[in-house]
Design a protein around this ligand. Sequence first.
Ligand SMILES: Nc1ncnc2c1ncn2[C@@H]1O[C@H](COP(=O)(O)OP(=O)(O)OP(=O)(O)O)[C@@H](O)[C@H]1O
Ligand code: SF4
Ligand SMILES: [Mg+2]
Length: 377
Amino acid sequence: MRDPAPELLVEAPAPAPAPVPAPDRLSRRAAAKVPEVEDPNAPLLDVRDLSVEFRTDDGIVKAVQNVSYTLHEGETLGIVGESGSGKTVTSMAILGLLPKKRAAITGEVRFRGRNILGLPEKELESIRGKRIAMVFQDALAALNPVRRVGDQIAEAIAVHTGENVSNTDERVIHLLDLVGIPNPLDRAERYPHEYSGGMRQRAMIAMSVANDPDVIIADEPTTALDVTIQAQVLEVFERIQQRTRSALLLITHDLGVVAGVTDRVLVMYAGRLVEGGAVDDVFYRPSHPYAQGLLASLPRLDRRRDGERLHRIKGQPPSLIFLPPGCAFNPRCPDAVVGRCDVERPALREVAPGHQSACHFAEELFAATTPYEEPVG
Ligand SMILES: Nc1ncnc2c1ncn2[C@@H]1O[C@H](COP(=O)(O)OP(=O)(O)OP(=O)(O)O)[C@@H](O)[C@H]1O
Ligand code: SF4
Ligand SMILES: [Mg+2]
């Protein structure tokens, strides 16, 4: 993960523009229109200082603030956080799916080095689905109920290849097979209501990966599923990644899923990243009180609780219109210090290589944790 310290991400301010003769001004404008090109050596996805605000009748909703992260080929990155913390909005912004009139988006989303934020719709269409695909949470809503599943997958292929693809095309059948749909030839002819919940979610995944995207963004892909089906869906992603080396951005509120399948994890709170790092680092050495609270609320099979109740983070997430001053977690934080936490916003910084926290006391909290040790025997 790249160093997201804001000062490293903000470009140096341009010098005040001196009056320039007309021809120069024109050539600069022409140069600005030359599209940036992709660089195969650049990181797959590099989100820099991304912020999203929505204009609403009640005020400005600060949904995402200064979020930065990098996603590499073949990697699985988890994003966790309570409801309303900005997980979905971050991803929708990446894909240019937010309402243009209401959402003010700043920052950069570099795909193989090319900033795709604010690209014209036509250009975005060639990236969405083909290079970066999204699996939406609600498969039933995302699939067209009056079209056969095979036809919908065929269309996903046809949109980007321009070919005439039938629902019995071997690519359609192969995709259904890849995501573990039994009797794919027969199933391709069926409608979404003839599929079970788990099968619909897998059909959605088949559609999303139809064009071997470089990045798959999966927004709560397993939330509506029972545990066994959940495991099967996660296996599907693993299989796809092994085949295509695609990177997976997995949005979930389920820390168990994160622990099981992701390489790194980012924790969001009230639109900001508050902790991030390798899964083991964040799970065993959490250095932000919010992440510590989330982890303490996880049931652990390796510890007897003797009737003790699971930890609960008190209070509710703040309004994103009226954010508390200082640290946004301050009203709920057991470690908050009056006069500091309610005044000064903590910067996100490294507590160890690749492990970041945005708490004024991150270093002390990190030092008080113990590194993971493999059980003996
Ligand atoms: N179109 C919109 N207009 C105004 N506010 C919006 C809009 N879309 C999202 N928001 C607000 O942005 C904030 C972040 O929403 P987001 O959907 O990203 O949360 P989330 O972390 O994905 O939550 P969940 O776990 O419930 O899916 C929320 O307060 C939400 O109400
Ligand atoms: S900065 Fe203060 S309020 Fe925020 S998480 Fe740290 S201790 Fe808690
Ligand atoms: Mg969401």
